[in-house]
Design a protein around this ligand. Structure first.
Ligand code: FE2
Length: 325
């Protein structure tokens, strides 16, 4: 187990030319709570395809059903102010804040501003799906910083969170993620996606999502409001949007993911408020050598953001964005 730190600090990890700054959290003054389904005030719409996927296993056919994220409403003003405040919170990727077999959430003090949304998400998740909530890990991602006009804070291409590729046999429970951002909300594509002809061991599904969105000219794009907390599932195709206009924005993004699997990817944060010791593994989609289902589509739809149209590495700081409306 990693030695608990009394002060917040950082650890830098390099692999395959990538550099990650991993926060090391203090164990002092943690935020610990047990959610309460009775405190959830959001109606649970049993007709929503997202709600219907709770506590079921991964199945590619579910992409054929368009699905709009479930809204938990706009955060109250005090929570908006706290979430978006610049308080020096470290960039945190998939920090486990809940373990299976318990309902309790444990959040390091440095991420206190993320806690109110975690509480809302947990109350809803417990009300909608008590057994699934109890059985799942919960992972917190918190990313805050200045984003330049025309640039993105996070991933560029269409994708889903919690995709289960060829290495997952048998398939696991579906991932559910609550997200909220203060500005430039994520775009979702409320349309059917058909992957019948694709092979998960051969094709890059995210590039194919780009292509199928391009085929509809992004006609079915939908964005939540600023500060609107929403719930998506692992079939909700989405992407980050570039900052519009010509003024840099200070963006805060928060994601609270419920998931059966261990997220042991190198670069993810460790929570010293739990006693666990995972071997963190370098893992990239690039290493799978997947190819485009349609190699004739626009090159921007079938390269990684750090590659140019020919698949060659771009200079540091430059990114290819998919040519989508
Ligand atoms: Fe995502």
């Amino acid at each position: 187990m990693t030695e608990p730190a009394t002060k917040d600090s950082f650890r830098v990890v390099h692999y395959r030319g990538k550099q990650f700054t991993i926060p090391v959290f203090s164990t002092e003054e943690p935020i610990v709570f047990t959610p309460d389904a009775a405190l959830n005030t959001v109606a649970i719409d049993k007709g929503s395809p997202v709600i219907q996927m709770l506590n079921t296993d991964w199945d590619l056919r579910n992409f054929k059903t368009p699905r709009r994220p479930v809204s938990l409403g706009i955060l109250p003003l005090d929570e908006q102010v706290l979430m978006a405040a610049s308080l020096g919170a470290p960039r945190t990727l998939d920090l486990p804040i809940k373990f299976p077999g318990s309902n309790i959430m444990r959040i390091p003090r440095a991420l206190a501003q993320a806690a109110p949304s975690c509480r809302r998400a947990a109350n809803f998740a417990l009300a909608a799906n008590p057994q699934g909530y109890f059985n799942a890990y919960c992972y917190l991602t918190f990313d805050q910083g200045i984003v330049q006009p025309g640039m993105l804070q996070r991933e560029a291409p269409c994708h889903v969170d919690g995709f289960q590729g060829a290495r997952w046999k048998p398939k696991k429970r579906n991932n559910f993620s609550f997200t909220v951002s203060n500005v430039v909300p994520t775009a979702y594509y409320i349309q059917p996606f058909d992957f019948d002809e694709l092979d998960e061991a051969v094709h890059n599904f995210f590039w194919e999502m780009n292509r199928q969105v391009a085929l509809t000219n992004s006609e079915f794009a939908w964005q939540p409001e600023e500060y609107e907390l929403t719930l998506m599932d692992c079939y909700s195709v989405h992407r980050g949007m570039p900052v519009p206009g010509n003024i840099p924005l200070f963006r805060t993004f928060e994601r609270i993911s419920f998931e059966e699997r261990i997220f042991d990817r190198l670069g993810n944060a460790h929570n010293p408020l739990f006693d666990y010791d995972w071997e963190m593994v370098p893992r990239d989609i690039e290493e799978l050598n997947l190819v485009a289902f349609d190699p004739t589509c626009d090159p921007s739809l079938r390269v990684f953001p750090h590659q140019d149209a020919d698949g060659k590495p771009l200079p540091k700081g430059q990114k290819t964005q998919p040519k989508l409306k």
